[in-house]
Design a binder for this molecule. Structure first.
Ligand code: DLL
Length: 434
């Protein structure tokens, strides 16, 4: 199995932990000296960077939240003068002001290194032709993956997102071997391929690197078989870097966190207390090398767990499991906690439905109603009411068994749910408006 930077990625853990401690103290001093926000927070809480004697001491440092980062709009979290900032991106936030993030030349070099690790872990080499179908722009996906792919020496096709027919034409004619996009867009491309009557073996695709949104194991099976590729997951977020924070290797059992650049912790989202490895909770990340925006104990809101058993690939970095969703995406429906991914698992495993669905939540009086709109598979689609009702009832039972929740199921025609070329919109919560 290929490893981009073996001395670092397979570093003995004790060496790695000393490196983390040394970098942590340096980054905390950098944040304290150059970001008034951190100076205030540290002073108010008696935090002195040099008093951090062990990694455990980090647990005494206050968290940084998304709201605080948003309040620093646009540049108040920057720790270097603008003359040192060579790139700006911003988060795809749907509410309020976006979070603006900046990168120094060194930050960009580190970012490309992380992406080179990600692509190599997925099996990419300089012989590959990589089609990047993430948006190029303020979103970190396009440019983020781009420079790392160039660093590996692969041939990069910076097609960006959108125009699915053109994507397919390029994929076939330019002999793309590696695809980079969201998992939901990968499914959409597979569908469009079928519609355009393009066969798998007319393409040269062999690997796909997907991320930026939650997806289930069943979705992986579906993508791998429809596109004839090996599909790996990768995770990141703008506030901390962008893509490249963690990545799956070919073992496909969790995403290795590049721990020479980030410290990961898992906390109980209610109490803020640290949780042991193996327990699900909220991921908290500290950047160890970011110059432009050092971030200390950032609450990602992503619910995951850390796996510290050695991995067969030889990397010594811990792995995080697939994020179940964000704690702020967790739905509470009639008192039951539901992650959209739990519903996805049920739907994707059924042959009668396609992996296109939307959850619509409304409130009738004091009662929440969950409606699951899901596309029926072409082969099962019928004008006969009775047959459709039977499928609906089957889904209803499965959801009830899996989640203990009654939902209204609405089968819709194939291809009637709006497709996204970026992150899919799975949840429409109409309760918030009332
Ligand atoms: O989505 C960065 C990225 C781009 C990652 C391309 C991977 C590939 P944001 O737009 O700031 O940044 O959104 C970050 O997306 O907090 C998670 O909730 C979610 N997310 C990202 N990757 C995954 C993943 C980019 N592999 C937010 N699985 C994060 C589940 C993911 N959720």
């Amino acid at each position: 199995m290929l490893i981009w930077n073996p001395p670092v990625e397979t570093m003995p853990r004790n060496e790695l932990l000393s490196l983390q401690l040394e970098r942590l103290r340096t980054i905390m001093r950098h944040a304290y000296d150059n970001v008034p926000f951190y100076k205030k927070v540290f002073d108010e809480n008696g935090v002195v960077p040099e008093h951090i004697k062990s990694l455990k001491d980090l647990q005494t440092v206050p968290f940084t939240t998304k709201a605080q980062m948003q309040a620093s709009y646009p540049y108040n979290m920057f720790a270097v003068p603008m003359e040192k900032v060579v790139r700006i991106h911003s988060s795809s936030g749907t509410t309020g002001k976006p979070t603006v993030v900046g990168y120094t030349r060194n930050d960009l070099d580190n970012w490309s290194e992380l992406i080179a690790r990600l692509l190599t872990a997925a099996g990419v080499t300089r012989n590959d032709i990589i089609q990047i179908s993430f948006g190029y722009g303020m979103f970190t996906g396009g440019f983020g993956l781009h420079y790392g792919a160039e660093k590996v020496g692969a041939t990069v096709i910076p097609v960006s997102s959108g125009n699915t027919d053109r994507q397919l034409m390029i994929m076939r004619d330019f002999k793309t071997t590696g695809l980079v996009c969201t998992p939901s867009y990968a499914i959409y491309l597979a569908e469009a391929m079928q519609e355009a009557n393009i066969k798998r073996d007319e393409l040269h695709l062999r690997v796909g690197m997907f991320g930026a949104e939650p997806w289930t194991e069943s979705m992986r099976v579906e993508i791998e078989s429809r596109l004839g590729i090996s599909a790996t997951d990768n995770y990141g977020l703008s506030e901390v870097m962008g893509p490249g924070v963690s990545m799956e290797c070919q073992v496909k059992k969790g995403m290795h966190i590049s721990e020479d650049h980030f410290i990961a912790e898992i906390i109980d989202p209610e109490t803020g207390k640290n949780l042991p490895n193996g327990t699900m909770g909220e991921l908290v990340l500290t950047t160890l090398t970011k110059e432009a925006i050092p971030v200390i104990r950032y609450r990602t809101r992503d619910i995951t767990c850390l796996l510290d058993e050695p991995c067969a690939c030889g990397r010594t970095f811990v792995r995080m499991c697939k994020p179940q969703g964000r704690s702020d995406d967790m739905l509470i429906i009639r008192g039951v906690n539901v992650f959209p991914s739990q519903i996805e698992t049920v739907l994707v495993e059924m042959e009668e439905t396609d992996p296109h669905y939307q959850l619509v939540i409304t409130r009738e009086g004091a009662l929440d109603e969950l409606e699951i709109k899901v596309e029926v598979n072409e082969a099962f689609f019928s004008d006969e009411m009775r047959q459709m009702r039977e499928i609906e009832e089957k889904i209803r039972q499965k959801i009830k068994n899996a989640l203990g929740l009654s939902a209204k199921i609405k089968l819709v025609e194939p291809k009637s749910i709006e497709r996204s070329t970026g992150k899919a919109k799975r949840v429409v919560d109409l309760r918030k408006k009332s």
